[in-house]
Write a new protein. Structure first.
Length: 368
C-alpha cells in the first residue's frame, strides 16, 4: 500500500467521522440557532409595542436629576408632555428646571425619611388636582460610585453606598407603591449597572484580550462597594418584578456600560482621597500611580450618556418593558461574555496581572 493511498483512506475515514458527527449534531444546532434567533425577534418585537398612556396625565418621578442620566431623562420627557417630578440633591440642581413647564424640582436626599415623606406629599398633591393624573413611573436613578480596594475603603463608605444605592431605593419605592398600584401597567425603573451582574470575571477576560486595565476596575475589582450595592439592587428588582406582576406593575433594571457622566469623573478623585487617608502600611502595598491612571482610559472608552436616557424613556413608554435593559456597546458586549462558563472567565482573571493591585515588590514577597 503506497503513501498516497494511505492518505486517501485516512482522509475518507476522517470525512466519514466528521459527516456522522455533523449529521448527529445538525438537529440540535438547528434548534439552538432557531431558539437564539427567536429570542432576538421576541425582544425586538416587544420593543415595538408602546403603552397606551396619555403623557399629559402621567407623573414620572426621577431621582438624581442634578446631572447625568436624571437630567438628560427629564429633558427628553418634558417635550413629550409628561409631568416630571425631578429630585435634586442641591438647590443648584433645581434651578435648571425652574422655567420648564410640567417639571417640578424637589430638593431631596434619598437617605432621609423626612425627604421621602415630603416627596410622597408632592406626588399626592399633584394627583389630588384631578384631571385623571396618575403616577405612571418611578425612576430610581440617584446613586454614588466610590471606588477603592477593600482594605482601603472605610466601613462607613460601604454603609453609605448601601444606604443610597439600595436601602434608599427600598424606602422610596415603599412610599410610592400605593400610588403605583392604582394604575395598571405602571412601572418601577432602577438604574443599575453591569457591575451588578459580575464582580470582575467577564471584564477580566476583556482586560486580558485588550490589555486595558479600565475594564477590570469598573466590573468589580476596585469597585467592591459599588458592585455589592448593584448586585443587591439586581436581586431586589428580580424579586419585585415577580411580586408586583399580579398588580400589573412592571419592574426593570437599566444596565449601562461606561458612560461619560460626572459620577464617573468623581470616582477617581474619591479613590485618591480614600487612599491618602488609609494607614501608611496599607498605602505602601499598592501602586497609587496605576490606580490614578485609570482616568485617561475611562475618558477613552466612555460612551454618550444620552444612550441611557433614551433607554429609560423607552422603558417608560414600552408596553412590555424587559427586566434588564443594556445600554451601549460595552454593556451589550459584556452581556454575551457573561454567557461563558464562570471557570473559563476566572482562568483569565487569575492569570491577568492587576495593574491596580499590589506593587511589584509586594508581589515578589508573596511568591517567596
Amino acid at each position: 500500500m503506497n503513501p498516497s493511498k494511505d492518505h486517501q483512506i485516512l482522509i475518507t475515514r476522517v470525512m466519514s467521522i466528521v459527516s456522522d458527527i455533523l449529521f448527529t449534531l445538525h438537529p440540535a444546532v438547528t434548534i439552538c440557532f432557531a431558539s437564539v434567533l427567536g429570542l432576538f425577534l421576541y425582544s425586538w418585537l416587544k420593543s415595538l409595542f408602546k403603552a397606551s398612556v396619555d403623557p399629559r396625565r402621567s407623573i414620572v418621578v426621577i431621582t438624581g436629576c442634578d446631572s447625568g442620566f436624571g437630567q438628560l431623562t427629564v429633558n427628553l420627557l418634558q417635550p413629550l408632555g409628561y409631568i416630571v417630578v425631578a429630585t435634586c440633591l442641591t438647590k443648584g440642581g433645581m434651578k435648571q428646571y425652574k422655567d420648564m413647564d410640567n417639571v417640578y424640582p424637589v430638593q431631596f436626599d434619598i437617605t432621609k425619611d423626612v425627604n421621602i415623606e415630603a416627596l410622597k406629599k408632592v406626588v399626592e398633591k399633584l394627583i389630588s388636582k384631578g384631571s385623571g393624573l396618575k403616577l405612571w413611573a418611578l425612576v430610581n436613578n440617584a446613586g454614588i460610585a466610590p471606588i477603592g480596594h477593600f482594605d482601603i475603603l472605610k466601613s462607613t463608605t460601604y454603609r453609605q453606598v448601601m444606604d443610597i444605592n439600595y436601602f434608599g431605593i427600598i424606602n422610596l419605592t415603599k412610599a410610592l407603591l400605593p400610588m403605583l398600584k392604582q394604575n395598571k401597567y405602571s412601572r418601577i425603573i432602577n438604574v443599575s449597572s453591569m457591575a451588578g451582574l459580575s464582580a470582575g470575571n467577564a471584564h477580566s477576560l476583556t482586560h486580558s484580550l485588550t490589555h486595558s486595565h479600565l475594564l477590570f476596575t469598573r466590573s468589580g475589582v476596585f469597585f467592591s462597594a459599588y458592585s455589592a450595592s448593584k448586585h443587591a439592587l439586581e436581586g431586589l428588582t428580580k424579586a419585585l418584578r415577580l411580586e408586583l406582576f399580579p398588580w400589573n406593575i412592571y419592574v426593570s433594571n437599566i444596565n449601562p456600560g461606561f458612560m461619560s457622566t460626572p459620577l464617573l469623573n468623581t470616582s477617581a478623585k474619591f479613590a485618591l482621597e480614600e487612599f491618602q487617608s488609609a494607614p501608611k502600611e496599607i498605602q505602601e502595598q499598592y501602586n497609587v500611580d496605576a490606580m490614578m491612571n485609570t482616568d485617561g482610559a475611562v475618558s477613552a472608552l466612555a460612551e454618550d450618556p444620552q444612550i441611557v436616557a433614551f433607554r429609560i424613556v423607552s422603558v417608560i413608554q414600552s408596553r412590555y418593558p424587559s427586566l434588564n435593559n443594556y445600554c451601549g456597546w460595552g454593556a451589550n458586549a459584556f452581556r454575551y461574555i457573561l454567557m461563558l462558563p464562570r471557570d473559563f472567565l476566572e482562568l483569565f482573571m487569575m492569570q491577568s496581572e492587576l495593574p491596580i493591585g499590589p506593587k511589584a515588590s509586594v508581589r515578589r514577597q508573596l511568591q517567596l
